[in-house]
Design a protein around this ligand. Structure first.
Ligand code: ADE
Length: 233
């Protein structure tokens, strides 16, 4: 069992890399892939950079070159639902790309033309294990829909539109494209995102303060669930 873990920024993978101990490094497409072990399981960790294209390239390298069995994406997100607090974690039930718009041709928002793809469903068993680990960590957590797009959401209007169009819980900039790559390669995936801001005009006050804490929560969770993923119940 090989698990690929992708984060967009250094802050999102730094604590995870420290769990690897001694490891090998390879660079593809300008991205560093670190291969080592966490709790007896082989893990490849990569920083993909921000946005859906970077994330998709990284995810495909994980599948095509490293032949991972599972893709995990971790990082921070803006909340779309006011009951989610900064520091809470959202585990994906599914994911959607909120910036895909071929409505003009009769498709729904988020639907990728001629593919039948709109909502990418995460692995139920892995998502359940994440929820259990979060329960043990005492961190508030939610199972829900994650909306991704090449936009840092920072206005009340855009936030409301994404929430109302997709009934999504949080927004970020990579997860659903990693989910799409996982589905195309027929491997399971899960996204775990810690809330760093409210995706509205208050972003500039909250983001820097909470980003670090949110990223740390996620890294702790990944460290816990990696050994659990290979157990089948
Ligand atoms: N990641 C963290 N906060 C975000 C936001 N408000 N929009 C998009 N990605 C984010």
């Amino acid at each position: 069992m090989k698990i690929g873990v992708i984060g967009a920024m250094d802050i999102e993978i730094a604590s995870l890399v420290s769990l690897l101990g001694s490891h090998a490094e390879k660079t593809y497409a300008g991205m560093v892939f670190r291969k080592g072990m966490i709790g007896g399981t082989e893990v490849i960790i990569a920083k993909c950079g921000v946005g859906k294209v970077n994330a998709a390239v990284c995810a495909e390298i994980m599948c095509g070159f490293f032949c991972v069995d599972v893709l995990v994406n971790t990082g921070v997100a803006g909340s779309l639902d006011n009951s989610l607090d900064i520091g809470d974690i959202v585990v994906s039930r599914d994911a959607v790309q909120h910036d895909v718009d071929a409505v003009n041709f009769g498709y729904a928002y988020g639907e990728i033309p001629s593919s039948g793809m709109r909502y990418f469903v995460a692995d139920e068993d892995i998502a359940r294990k994440c929820m259990r680990a979060l329960e043990d960590m005492g961190v508030a957590h939610w199972l829900g829909r994650i909306a991704s797009g090449d936009q840092f959401v920072r206005t009340r209007e855009r936030k409301a539109w994404i929430r109302e169009t997709f009934a999504a819980h949080c927004c970020e900039m990579e997860g659903a494209s990693i989910a799409q790559v996982a589905v195309l390669n027929k491997i399971p995936f899960v996204l775990v995102r810690a809330i760093s801001d409210k995706a509205d005009e208050s972003v500039s006050e909250s983001y820097d303060v909470f980003e670090e804490k949110a990223a740390r929560h996620c890294a702790e969770l990944i460290g816990r669930i990696v050994p659990m993923i290979s157990w089948r119940e």
